[in-house]
Write a protein that binds this ligand. Structure first.
Ligand code: NAG
Ligand code: NAG
Ligand code: NAG
Ligand code: NAG
Ligand code: NAG
Ligand code: ZN
Length: 944
């Protein structure tokens, strides 16, 4: 079976491995004929009862579910669902939408089968409608597309399997995320959504759109996919996601109820009707059609749904009653899909948007650009957990049933899959939750990984034909691994989750000074650096690091044996240039010790490149322009000039260059043979605050590249968007924060380029960054702040822990490549995938039995370089879910941007493909059944 991907086409398949090909279900959409009738000659007001239930924020996801710790915030999702179902049954006109499947799933499991039947009927009749339907409402600035697709798949699959076609959301709903990524819109389009609604948009952008009636638009979310594949109708909601002022009837609100008994005190029906008509008519001025939407609900509302519904019933009754006295306003219970259907019927043309909605500001000095970097350790942990989950999913398929139940017990991938899905929430990986909630997210990921470790061990045992104990070392980044420190002979298994072969540097903590490694090149031993000793504190005592390059086949493993030698062989050099390698050369300034230049020896390109570390002093909120402090969400430096940590770095050279800038900032500069990237391993913290100054630490690369205010950042790790300082493509920006107002999310890469040179920086987690001077690129690495920023979290972002009571130390890596712009993507695309899906190292003490299989590849051959294997996971007993992705944009590579053919029949080495069925991106709909609304762009807004 040949599958041809056009530019950037994703192909999603369920492959039936055993048994007959899957049959295609044919369904009729009875459920969507349940929208209430509207009146063509009136202003129709769609009242959408809803609740916004954060999958963790001030409380953990489980505390929110149960309504525990109500002293922190009164919120209990189980009661919300109980109460709403009860109220829906009382009046068939009523509607409700539900969004977060993480909560709905918890509730559903606890219901009796008769209650489940009742709820199914409500769903079939369109009275309870699922919107968005992912496990959570993901953050858009700090998530990676791979994890977003997984979390959407998890939620949507549950809805499809539980409710069938009527449970399939047709509308994406991101009412709270703090800025909107173009890649999210592209993914939603490919998941089959007909439209997308959100609540937060920059205040200047909103003002302009309200004036021009452009709050509803067509988002062209990919520069590579042929329209309308990634076109998504997008609506900006009128009041964020709240009801209009004065019409909040939840128990959490204080607005007056509708007092409609004329015999009692304070009869207010006329007042309510008058105020409502005014609100509706005002709102209608900013939208194009004779339909408007009102979100009747907010955070954790409807716990006592009677309050809302009783008043909404009356509101509809009394406002519509005035139609007989000539009022032209018609109220109805509605849902986002019913509203969208009316907009579609209006058959208008819509303004086209091709950029994204970052950064988001809700006032002149309130840029929500701090969370791009907030909680950098959690952001890295989330990213590495994604890598571990993909490995776990793949090995569950490759190892067969023995992976779930084998010599090491019962393992599963579901625990990590759910923990990862929860971590995508817009107050999780975003870093905008309370500290105890951040700890809960990390704990869930750790527990998930433990379940996966059992699965991975079982699978490897089965594939290797050996049940020797497999040991994991999760702290290699700080040179801690009890096995390698103590053992005189051990083997290293390298599992590569990519569909291409990989070469990877391995660094292991050891106590000896000389080691032999079979089949690996370069095996020097370096003393453990001072910064590593500092950061590991008392968690391990290894004196040295053993470094060697390993190779692993696509979707498979290799094995290396390591022996301890007694004699000593010292590596040290005074050499100020490191260039043992064919690709790159890096130079340092002899006076300052700073990086000063980068050359690509292959292409003979050289740029000036000075790198240093700086910090912005965070605003305390006490200055003349605004009281806004810097906090978990908001970035607000007190001055536009960052302070330098140190003008010089003390460096020592042990094949790698170790730079020390201050007691709390250090860096190791590394070049590896066969690697086209320069590695900068930074270690920042504990950030001192004894001067009572919050600090936002950046590294800045100042280069000779002539960028004329332009720079480039990726969107959720996928397509790349052009950015320009002090500029927004769709409105005349009045810049009010020269630093924070120019920050953008960097999920996996950013670059600078001119006609000759492109410097690309690949990151190991999501971070914020900007280019504020020509040729300069800065990336924010860590933040330690002393004030809350008044967005609800009510804590200063001042991370500490048991091991780091003096403040968290964070370590990470940046990878730099220098290429010609025309071929840069050929290097940075595969490099970024290697950083996202990095090899998993496993260890076995002593010898392996001679019959152990030392090498394995799940593929017959590596995939073409343009194709990325995004997902391979067990779907059900007989089928697996496979996602293949064309990973190049249409214009970025002469060789790799072309269409590619993959022969699925010859893909796997151990699986026979018996049949293939193509699905949408989220795997909840057969591709041939995916029919989306078509929308027309307004003339004059289509750019070429
Ligand atoms: C609505 O109609 C009632 C009677 O039909 C009238 O008394 C009232 O003033 C009207 N209110 C508004 C706001 O039009
Ligand atoms: C929609 O508008 C177009 C152009 O204005 C028109 O040709 C078409 O017939 C309309 N479609 C419907 C269903 O009204
Ligand atoms: C490694 O060496 C250090 C320093 O000599 C020692 O304290 C430690 O116990 C050794 N670790 C092991 C596992 O042998
Ligand atoms: C510096 O490195 C180069 C390349 O590896 C080597 O040829 C040279 O001998 C080194 N010089 C010193 C002083 O170590
Ligand atoms: C959706 O769920 C139904 C069962 O409710 C199942 O028959 C169908 O195959 C599922 N669709 C997809 C695309 O998985
Ligand atoms: Zn929220």
């Amino acid at each position: 079976i040949a599958c041809i991907g056009s530019f950037f086409l994703l192909v999603y398949l369920i492959m039936a491995i055993i048994g007959s090909p899957l049959s295609v279900a044919k369904c009729v959409f009875v459920c969507f004929q349940s929208c209430h009738a509207t009146k063509p000659d009136m202003l129709n007001v769609h009242l959408v009862p809803h609740t916004h239930d954060d999958v963790g924020w001030l409380k953990t996801v489980d505390q929110y579910y149960y309504g525990d710790r109500n002293n922190i915030q009164h919120a209990g999702v189980q009661y919300i669902l109980d109460s709403v179902v009860d109220q829906l049954l009382k009046n068939p006109d009523r509607r409700f939408i539900y969004v977060e499947t993480a909560f709905f799933y918890r509730w559903w499991k606890q219901q009796s089968s008769s209650m489940q039947q009742t709820v199914k009927q409500l769903v079939d009749e369109g009275r309870l409608e699922f919107v968005n339907g992912g496990w959570c409402m993901s953050d858009e600035a700090t998530t990676h597309y791979s994890a977003v697709i997984d979390q959407m798949t998890l939620g949507l699959r549950f809805l499809n399997e539980t409710f069938g076609v009527c449970g399939r959301p047709r509308v994406a709903w991101h009412i709270d995320p703090f800025g909107h990524a173009r890649e999210h819109a592209s993914m939603f389009a490919q998941m089959g959504f007909d439209g997308f609604f959100f609540g937060r948009v920059d205040y200047q952008d909103r003002a302009r759109r309200m004036k021009d009636k452009e709050q509803e638009l067509l988002w062209r979310a990919s520069s590579s996919l042929t329209p309308p594949m990634a076109d998504l109708f997008t609506g900006i909601l009128p009041n964020g996601y709240n009801p209009p002022d004065g019409f909040c009837w939840d128990q959490l609100c204080d607005d007056a109820p509708i007092r409609d008994d004329p015999d009692l005190e304070d009869y207010n029906v006329d007042d309510v009707v008058t105020r409502f008509l005014k609100a509706a008519n005002t709102q209608a001025l900013a939208y194009k059609t004779n339909h408007i939407i009102m979100t009747m609900g907010s955070d954790f509302q409807y716990e006592n749904a009677n309050l809302w519904y009783k008043n909404l019933d009356k509101l509809i009754l009394y406002v519509n009653a005035n139609q007989s006295s000539g009022s032209k306003v018609n109220l109805l219970y509605s849902t986002p899909s019913c509203y969208l259907q009316e907009l579609h019927r209006a058959n208008l043309t819509w303004p086209l948007k091709e950029d994204d909605f970052f950064p988001y500001a809700d006032a002149a000095h309130d840029f929500w650009t701090g969370y791009f970097t907030s909680r950098p350790a959690l952001k890295r942990y989330e990213r590495i957990s994604n890598s571990n989950l993909q490995t776990c999913n793949q090995l569950e398929v490759l190892g067969g049933p023995a992976s779930r139940k084998g010599p090491f017990g019962a393992g599963d991938s579901q625990t990590l899959s759910k923990a990862m899905a929860v971590a995508q929430h817009h107050d999780a990986v975003s870093g905008t939750e309370k500290q105890h909630v951040a700890n809960d997210y990390a704990k869930r990921l750790a527990e998930g990984w433990q379940h996966c470790q059992v699965l991975v061990s079982n699978s490897l045992a089965s594939l290797r034909g050996s049940s020797a104990e497999i040991i994991y070392c999760d702290n290699l980044n700080i040179s801690v691994c009890p096995l390698t420190e103590a053992s005189k002979k051990f083997s290293v298994g390298v599992y590569n989750p990519l569909a291409h072969p990989v070469t990877w540097p391995v660094r292991l903590p050891v106590n000896g000074t000389a080691y032999g490694v079979t089949d690996a090149t370069g095996k020097p031993v370096f003393p453990v650096s001072r910064s590593t000793q500092d950061v590991r504190r008392n968690r391990g005592f290894a004196r040295n690091e053993l470094v060697f390059q390993v190779q692993a086949p696509p979707l498979g493993f290799s094995t290396y044996f390591t022996f301890f030698f007694l004699h000593c062989d010292k590596f040290s050099s005074k050499n100020k240039t490191i260039s043992l390698l064919q690709y790159l050369q890096v130079t340092f300034d002899p006076d300052t010790g700073l990086l000063s230049g980068l050359s690509n020896l292959e292409t003979k390109q050289t740029i000036k490149l000075t790198q240093n570390f700086y910090w912005y002093n965070s605003s305390r909120g006490n200055n003349a322009e605004s009281k806004q402090p810097s906090g978990a969400y908001i970035f607000r430096p007190n001055s536009s000039t960052p302070l330098v940590v140190s003008k010089t770095a003390k460096s020592s050279v042990v094949q790698e260059v170790r730079q020390r800038f201050s007691p709390w900032v250090s860096q190791v500069v590394r070049l590896y043979a066969d690697s086209k990237a320069l590695e900068l391993e930074w270690t920042v913290g504990p950030v001192p605050i004894n001067d009572w100054q919050g600090k936002e630490v950046i590294t800045r690369l100042d280069t000779s590249i002539k960028t004329s205010q332009l720079f480039y950042t990726d969107s959720n790790g996928r397509e790349v968007l052009q950015r320009r300082k002090d500029f927004r493509p769709t409105w005349e920006l009045k810049q009010t924060e020269p630093i924070a107002g120019n920050y953008y999310p960097i999920n996996s890469r950013a670059f600078l380029k001119d006609d000759e040179d492109q410097l690309t920086v690949v990151t190991d987690r999501s971070q914020g960054g900007s280019s504020l001077q020509n040729g300069s690129l800065e990336i924010m690495l860590h933040r330690r702040l002393l004030f809350d920023d008044y967005r609800g979290v009510d804590e200063a972002l001042n991370e500490a822990s048991e091991i780091f009571p003096d403040g968290l130390v964070v370590r990470g890596r940046l990878f730099l490549t220098l290429d010609h712009p025309a071929s840069a993507a050929d290097t940075h695309r595969p490099l970024a995938q290697q950083v996202v899906l990095q090899p998993l190292l496993t260890f076995t003490d002593g010898d392996l039995s001679p019959e152990t299989q030392l090498e394995f590849s799940g593929l017959q051959a590596a995939l073409p370089s343009a194709v990325h294997l995004l997902t391979l996971s067990q779907w059900d007993k007989d089928s697996v879910l496979l996602r293949l992705e064309h990973q190049f944009q249409s214009d970025e590579s002469q060789v790799n941007s072309r269409p590619v053919t993959v022969n699925l029949q010859k893909l796997f080495s151990t699986l026979d493909v018996l049949g293939v069925s193509e699905l949408n991106l989220s795997a909840n709909q057969w591709k041939d059944e995916m029919k989306r609304f078509e929308w027309s762009p307004q003339k004059g807004t289509v750019h070429t």
